[in-house]
Design a protein. Structure first.
Length: 508
């Protein structure tokens, strides 16, 4: 099996076949994800609205109907293609068109990821293996049916990396500009990607390798600088504030006024799991929960705050009383006026305890809380949102499917931390553009949420998953090839005489 493709360029000779196969498999995953939802969970036959879908799409509908982009919390990365569809389709048909677009991009980028793996390692075999492993994995594809930024941002990231590689390898300014458009779109989809502009500009400057390198490094930034300038000027005119990204911070204002927002900020101080829809999560102990109420008795059976969550100024009884107060509010037993006063009281207590923790436990706050958020984020199996029926009630086929997906996710992310130093050591003498860009992108996107923002939502591992899968798969393949004595097999140079051929990655 390992030697079957060792001297071929099948990936480039049969692109349509690989893309069609990827589209077929991604369509199966899309339909499977849709089949797990009750009709009340999706308003259209071919799309699922995430909890944030209204924040992405309603401003576009408001713009079309009333001439103003409102509510303007989200950057219009998801809204931009929706706006184009709305020029000739109604709201529901446009949502369905969004999912079709996400599915098409998902299939195409599955193939492109394989090409990236080939160029990253120099082995055609690596491209083939990455293609089929990514094809089997449903983790990224599960977002294709959902109206959110996850599917589109994953595709934009892969397209950006491929176009940047091609642009530098072929010294093509048009492709470089399109690569810049892709990373600009990625940032408008997921603003946390802003810092990826730095490696994009650096590798362009480093590997363009002629007197135009500085201009080319700037050129890849131009699309974002232009688009974001327009967005920033618009925000200043409308809101009278300098807002180059989102208009209300990383979380919307309405959320930060709720009990959930204040509870989350308190729990972030010590690194607690604030994901309220996750049964047994720490936040549910405070009576803040969504779904799965019977699994932990509306949070009463969830984990109580650990000893390191306490400092002088409050104790367990203090926090337990907040939980009882929250449950009283949610029960509807209070009058509207009493409920509003109770919410203000609970929020104030969470804020006061957070301030006490920051003051009295600085090491826990600045260091340990971030490490615990990393643990919370990585302590998942990747199928929490995949097939939501209880595992014991699933038919055998779906049980095996979910077990396969969980094993693949855990293995991929487990090997990632080994792949980074091992592959970096092996590639130290052959530093190509992709060998700098791919690992840095995957590492940054994996660490920025838990370590930078103290956030641990499950889907924060989705965007970089394709690159993580690529690096982990390449590590395993390299080990297998070495053990079989096949070092160098499958790394045939492309035939530059073929017009469809893509040049190998540029480097010094």
């Amino acid at each position: 099996m390992l030697s079957r493709f060792k001297s071929t360029d099948l990936l480039q000779r049969r692109p349509l076949a690989f893309i069609l196969l990827a589209l077929a498999v991604r369509a199966v995953y899309l339909m499977l994800s849709m089949s797990q939802l009750a009709p009340s969970d999706h308003t259209g036959w071919f799309f699922v609205e995430s909890g944030d879908a209204a924040l992405y799409l309603d401003p576009i509908d408001h713009l079309i109907e009333h001439g103003a982009y409102k509510d303007d919390y989200r950057m219009p990365g998801v809204g931009a293609p929706y706006f184009l569809f709305r020029q000739f389709l109604g709201p529901e048909a446009s949502r369905q068109a969004m999912v079709i677009m996400q599915w098409l991009l998902s299939g195409v980028t599955t193939y492109i990821l394989a090409l990236l793996a080939w160029r990253l390692t120099g082995r055609h075999l690596a491209g083939m293996v990455v293609y089929f492993v990514f094809l089997v994995s449903a983790y990224s594809a599960w977002f294709d049916s959902v109206i959110s930024s996850d599917s589109l941002s994953t595709s934009a990231m892969i397209l950006h990396a491929w176009l940047l590689h091609r642009a530098v390898a072929e010294k093509r300014r048009d492709l470089l500009l399109i690569a810049g458009i892709m990373i600009a779109w990625l940032i408008f989809l997921r603003p946390i990607s802003l810092l990826l502009l730095a490696p994009a500009a650096y590798v362009t400057w480093r590997y363009w390798d002629d007197q135009r390198r500085w201009r080319m490094a700037v050129l890849v930034l131009v699309p974002f600088l232009v688009l974001d300038s327009v967005w920033t000027i618009r925000n200043w005119q409308v809101n009278h504030r300098f807002r180059p990204l989102t208009n209300q911070g990383y979380q919307p204002d309405y959320f930060m006024r709720e009990i959930r927002g204040h509870a989350m900020q308190f729990m972030q101080c010590y690194g607690g799991d604030y994901i309220w829809w996750n049964p047994h999560a720490d936040i549910r102990w405070f009576g803040i929960w969504k779904g799965g109420a019977a699994l932990d008795n509306e949070g009463r059976d969830a984990k109580e705050p650990p000893p390191y969550a306490y400092v002088e100024g409050y104790d367990r009884d203090s926090l337990a009383s907040i939980g009882e107060r929250v449950r009283m509010i949610e029960s509807g037993a209070l009058t509207p006026e009493d409920s509003l006063r109770a919410v203000e009281e609970v929020n104030a207590r969470f804020d006061r305890y957070a301030a006490l923790f920051r003051e009295k436990a600085p090491f826990q706050y600045h260091v340990m809380s971030r490490l615990r958020m990393f643990r919370n984020l990585m302590g998942q199996h990747g199928t929490e949102s995949m097939i939501l029926q209880p595992f014991a009630e699933l038919p055998l086929g779906l049980k095996l499917f979910k077990m396969l997906q969980a094993a693949l996710f855990i293995t991929v992310y487990g090997l990632f931390w080994l792949a980074l130093p091992v592959l970096a050591w092996q590639w130290r003498k052959d530093r190509t553009l992709l060998r700098a860009l791919i690992p840095s992108t995957a590492l940054y996107l994996t660490l920025i949420f838990p370590l930078g923002l103290r956030m641990c939502e499950w889907r924060y591992l989705a965007l970089q998953f394709p690159f993580v899968l690529m690096l982990s798969t390449c590590l395993v393949l390299e080990a297998v090839v070495r053990m079989r004595g096949l070092r160098g097999a499958g790394s045939a140079k492309p035939d530059q005489s073929r017009s469809t051929q893509v040049p190998p990655s540029s480097g010094k």
